[in-house]
Ligand binder design. Structure first.
Ligand code: N01
Length: 540
């Protein structure tokens, strides 16, 4: 192996969330000299920031966890089917402590720039604390939902009350008692916080621009017997998750929805609706593939909403129309629709009457002023690429990643992008990412990066780069797979529509985590097919 200068590290990992910690654990175990930089003063990534009331994961706890350590699996006791934010954060902290990860993490350190040195095959990195750090490899583990989006409304500075963002929630308790609260946004964050805040606030206005679909979470506490049963056969559960298309463990019904007569279909959907959370979308294999099948599901969910919301005008406004069920990421809720039957909850339709401005006392829409003591932005994120493109990443020939991705995040396998050698991206665009239980691909990516670097070291190579033809083919493949689905039929963050001016391309890989892992294995078996690996530094 090329001898490293003293001040150089093997791998700089950006981010200490689930992905960064897994990469650190795995790469360090191979004897690589790794350092993590983390902008916050704590581990946890999104689970450290999204502390809003009602925040939970909508993947089941036993699956939204690491599978790399049997001891960890056995010792951690999840208390609920869908863990609350605080419990997930406790879990991540426990992992960081158990495996002594903190000693290699520089907290309160934000990546500012990374510049590739072509002659030396390494990266020079600067951070908010200065630098430079020189690293052979950089792993971007910055998350897909980590750059909060806060729209600018005129007059915001004049508002006299409290203002919060779901993804920048303070650590101190926020008191809603007796207050008039406004929530802008009805994505997963808005949907989760609405019923919780409704129980405390004097009055709650939910400002909705687009009604989206929401599936009941069916929360449940985990009994000791259930915990023991899962732990007795955890490997089987992991295998099922890894081999399910979504990584959630649901094996899709092999039947088409259209094969079943209406009464049977109704029973199947009803069972899935009442038990499966996200698995509802897999009650038949073609719900997200076939428009006619999807239309039947739309009718079913519309009926469910109608059963829950008493007021016909509010009901109609909460009923999503104009795009297939699931094409925009559905929420998983706990009594969201029911919250609108309360006297203190008001739905404000800002599609019909958009927000004009914030005033000293509240929000003025085209329909009038809503007096508020507190405004909460639940307006989401610059998804997939926001955090990757925030720092200046400068590759071959001085080209920035922002320039290269100006028409969309072209990449190979979601892991690598031509012109930026020795840079890996974890669970970002081009990988199953947000279309799946992201923990499954996180572990796959960490292992893939480990195997690649280990092999390069064994062969005394120092540079790896995605080949342009492989990248082009992968981009085409990602697009083709998305065209088999109904996802492109909605305006959504899957398509880059959440930020004005962002390229309108399908971002994640819709071929499923199992199929994706097979592709990774094939690439590996074929001597890293699609990658060029080189020796750049002269041997000593
Ligand atoms: O963000 P979103 P989120 N004026 O983008 C509205 C994950 N997550 O934070 O659709 C007015 O989904 C916007 O309206 P529209 C999960 O993957 C997981 O809720 O653009 N409104 C929309 O209603 C999720 O999908 C969990 O018309 C504006 C909302 O704000 C992802 O995070 C929990 C606006 C944004 O919804 C993001 O969820 C929470 C504007 N200018 C989140 N701009 C769990 O695991 C935006 N909106 C349970």
């Amino acid at each position: 192996m090329t001898k490293m200068p003293k001040d150089m590290i093997d791998v700089l990992i950006v981010g200490a969330g689930f992905a960064g910690l897994r990469a650190l654990y795995t790469l360090r175990k191979e004897g690589l000299n790794c350092r993590v930089i983390e902008a916050s003063d704590e581990v946890g990534g999104v689970w450290n920031y999204n502390r809003y009331p009602g925040a939970r994961c909508d993947v089941e706890s036993y699956d939204y966890s690491y599978g790399f350590s049997k001891e960890l699996e056995q010792e951690w006791r999840w208390t609920e089917r869908y863990a609350q934010q605080s419990e997930i954060l406790d879990y991540i902290r426990h992992v960081a402590d158990k495996f002594e990860l903190r000693k290699d993490i520089e907290f309160s350190t934000r990546l500012e720039s990374a510049t590739y040195n072509e002659a030396a095959a390494n990266w020079t990195v600067t951070t908010s604390r200065g630098g430079p750090i020189t690293a052979r490899f950089v792993v971007m583990a910055v998350g897909q939902l980590s750059k909060p989006k806060k729209p600018d409304f005129p007059g915001e500075a004049h508002f006299q009350g409290e203002v919060y963002h779901s993804a920048l929630w303070p650590r101190h308790p926020v008191d809603f008692i007796g207050k008039r609260v406004g929530i802008i946004g009805t994505g997963s964050s808005g949907v989760q916080m609405t019923p919780v805040i409704a129980e405390k606030a004097a009055h709650l206005c939910v400002f909705q621009r687009t009604a989206n679909y929401s599936i009941p979470a069916c929360h449940a506490h985990i009994s000791d017997a259930e915990d023991a049963a899962i732990k007795a056969d955890y490997p089987a559960r992991r295998e099922q998750a890894r081999n399910s298309p979504s990584g959630l463990g649901f094996i899709p019904n092999k039947k088409s929805l259209l094969e079943d007569p209406p009464d049977v279909r109704e029973q199947v959907l009803e069972r899935a609706w009442n038990r499966l959370g996200f698995g509802f979308a897999l009650a038949y294999h073609d719900i997200l593939l076939n428009e006619e099948a999807n239309d039947r599901v739309v009718e079913f969910v519309h009926r469910k909403i109608a059963e829950k919301v008493h007021d016909p005008v509010v009901r109609e406004k909460l009923t999503p129309r104009g795009f297939p069920f699931g094409a925009m990421r559905p929420s998983v809720d706990h009594r969201f629709y029911e919250a609108f039957n309360r006297d203190n909850v008001e739905l404000v339709d800002i599609k019909e009457h958009p927000i004009v401005e914030f005033t000293a006392n509240g929000i003025r829409t085209k329909a009038g002023e809503y007096p508020l003591d507190m405004i909460i932005f639940a307006t989401g994120f610059d998804v997939f690429t926001g955090s990757i493109l925030a720092p200046a990443i400068i590759g071959r020939g001085g080209v920035t990643l922002r320039e290269k991705w100006s028409d969309g995040p072209a990449n190979y396998l979601g892991l690598s992008t031509t012109g930026f050698p020795n840079l890996f991206i974890m669970v970002g665009p081009g990988s199953p990412s947000l279309l799946s239980n992201v923990l499954v691909s996180t572990e796959d990516h960490a292992d893939f990066i480990r195997d690649m670097i280990t092999d390069m070291n064994a062969r005394d190579l120092d540079e790896v780069e995605a080949r342009p033809d492989a990248e082009q083919k992968w981009v085409q493949h990602v697009n083709e797979r998305s065209q088999e689905t109904l996802y492109p039929k909605a305006r959504s963050y899957y398509m880059g529509d959440e930020v004005p001016g962002k390229p309108h391309v399908f971002m994640p890989y819709s071929g499923g985590v199992r199929g994706y892992r097979r592709i990774l294995h094939k690439v590996m078996e074929n001597q890293w097919e699609g990658f060029d690996m080189r020796k750049v530094n002269a041997p000593d």
